[in-house]
Write a protein that binds this ligand. Structure first.
Ligand code: ZN
Length: 171
């Protein structure tokens, strides 16, 4: 497997669409393990293929206390139903040091394949629904600032670029 590393905005791969996975083999299982490792090392709760430079339709979600017993791997996930509305704080490993208030659906139902290629469905609400919406967005090349009103988005990206410049200076 090629060496995977976290990709940061404005890396172009974050704006590209991930491709459907046709064949779930050992390489996909290895990819999911490596994504889980990278996600945990960065203290994230979810990670999509694009974010490690791999344009495959795969998402990993960490085991969250009270929400998940074991990590979740979603292959070719699609949100089938979405209802309600909620507002909450969101961050992203590809936009380090930033967060913003994002409007999302409160409840969702998503279809996906598991690592054995079995069709599965998950119903989620609250935080888990937020994570799944955030991660499936990544697979279509969408980052959460795109959900912000234009003026808020502009100041968000300006602040991000300033932080990036400071980081680069310190290196
Ligand atoms: Zn993200």
């Amino acid at each position: 497997m090629e060496k995977l590393r976290l990709r940061y905005y404005p890396d172009r791969i974050l704006k590209q669409k991930a491709l459907e996975i046709k064949n779930i083999d050992g390489s996909i299982r290895a990819l999911s393990q490596e994504m889980l490792r990278i996600m945990r090392a960065s203290r994230g709760v979810g990670l999509a293929g694009n974010q490690v430079g791999c344009l495959k339709s795969i998402v990993v979600i960490d085991a969250l206390e009270g929400l998940l017993e074991t990590p979740l791997v979603l292959i070719n996930p699609r949100i089938r139903q979405a209802e309600g509305e909620m507002i909450g704080e969101e961050g992203c490993l590809s936009l380090p040091g930033m967060s913003a208030t994002v409007r999302r659906h409160e409840r969702i139902c998503a279809a996906f394949l598991d690592l054995d290629g079995q069709p599965m469905e998950i119903e989620a609400r609250g935080l888990m629904a937020r994570i799944i919406q955030h991660e499936t967005d990544h697979l279509t090349g969408v980052l959460y600032p795109q959900h912000l009103p234009l003026v808020t988005r502009r100041s968000f990206l300006r602040e991000y670029r300033e932080k990036e410049r400071d980081r680069a200076r310190r290196l």
